[in-house]
Structure formats: structure tokens, C-alpha cells
Design a protein around this ligand. Structure first.
Ligand SMILES: [Cu+2]
Length: 184
């Protein structure tokens, strides 16, 4: 029960909501048993311990291959990378549906970004392929919106160790097309 709660927390919309107060961090830090990770919460000095299933056994790989399909799914929702080193994301839409009804992208958010707010603002940015200009400072990197059979490649790096959210910002997709990039 407790474990389920922690897992749900790790994948909830906002890490900040899970992390809570300093007092909570101490409690969480003392009870978590696997997959411990120092997480930046936006402030360089703030850290908490969270649990991500499968993270311990993953090797860091800065060459990310990711696909999206017609069922609004990414091929992976968890990546581990090295911070401060070049990361290359190759993202392909392997679906067949038209781009205007099932386009996909990969948008990596800066730590501390309000995930739901970002997704909501992105929905309004149809003319900019659902990349909200008013929240550009919240975006570390993004691919273009790709249609069926199309691929885009981007390179970037993340400055800090910690957990970063990514999503497809096409309207309605973020519920299933979302994941975490963990930098170590
Ligand atoms: Cu999508």
C-alpha cells in the first residue's frame, strides 16, 4: 500500500506536490529503500528522495530512441542520462493517422515547471505546433511535431542532475504520452 503510494507519487503530475515540506522529505528519505535519488526541486540546494521503479538497474544512455504511435503511446517513458553531456533524441512517429489528428512531439520541461499548466497552455498554441511561446523558458528542448512516418532529431544537454518531465504537447496526449528523464 505504502509502496503503491510512493510509486503513484513518483509519476504524479507535479513532483513538487509529492515532495511537500522539508519535514516530509526527512520522513520520505528515511523510509525509501530502493531507487533512491537526489532530486533537484528547482532550487539547487533543495533535494528529496523519490523512488522510480526500474531506475536502479538502468544504465545511463545519452542516445535516446523514442517512438510515438496512433494509440497515443510513447515507446518508453523512462530514460536515464548523464547530466552536462550531449543528449541526442531521435523521435519517430510510427503511426499512420494524419498529423493534424495524431501528430506527436517530444517536449522536455525545465525542473519546477507546472506540468498541467504547461499542457493546457500548449493546447492553445495550434499555430506554433503546440509549443507555447509564452512558456518557452520552461522548455529545455523539443522536437517538431511529426506526422506518420516522420522523424526528428534534436541534441541538447541538461544542466543539473535530477528528474525532468517530458510530454507530447499535442492536445489531449499528455495523459498517456508523458515520461521522465533522469539525469545522473
Ligand atoms: Cu502525441
Amino acid at each position: 500500500m505504502k509502496k503503491n503510494l510512493i510509486i503513484a507519487c513518483a509519476f504524479s503530475l507535479s513532483m513538487a506536490a509529492c515532495i511537500g515540506t522539508d519535514k516530509d522529505k526527512e520522513v520520505r528519505g528515511s523510509t525509501a529503500d530502493t531507487g533512491k535519488l537526489a532530486v533537484s526541486t528547482g532550487k539547487p540546494t533543495a533535494a528529496a528522495t523519490v523512488e522510480i521503479p526500474g531506475l536502479d538497474t538502468m544504465a545511463a544512455n545519452n542516445a535516446i530512441l523514442l517512438t510515438g504511435n496512433d494509440r497515443m503511446q510513447y515507446s518508453d517513458t523512462l530514460f536515464k542520462v548523464k547530466a552536462s553531456e550531449k543528449i541526442k533524441v531521435t523521435f519517430k512517429n510510427i503511426g499512420k493517422m494524419p498529423k493534424n489528428s495524431m501528430g506527436h512531439n517530444f517536449v522536455l520541461l525545465a525542473q519546477g515547471t507546472d506540468f498541467t499548466n504547461f499542457a493546457t497552455e500548449a493546447m492553445k498554441a495550434r499555430d506554433d505546433d503546440y509549443i507555447p511561446k509564452n512558456l518557452s523558458s520552461s522548455i529545455i528542448a523539443h522536437t517538431r511535431l511529426v506526422g506518420p512516418g516522420e522523424t526528428d532529431e534534436i541534441s541538447f544537454s541538461v544542466p543539473n542532475k535530477g528528474i525532468y518531465d517530458f510530454l507530447c504537447s499535442f492536445p489531449g496526449h499528455y495523459g498517456t504520452m508523458r515520461g521522465k528523464l533522469v539525469a545522473e
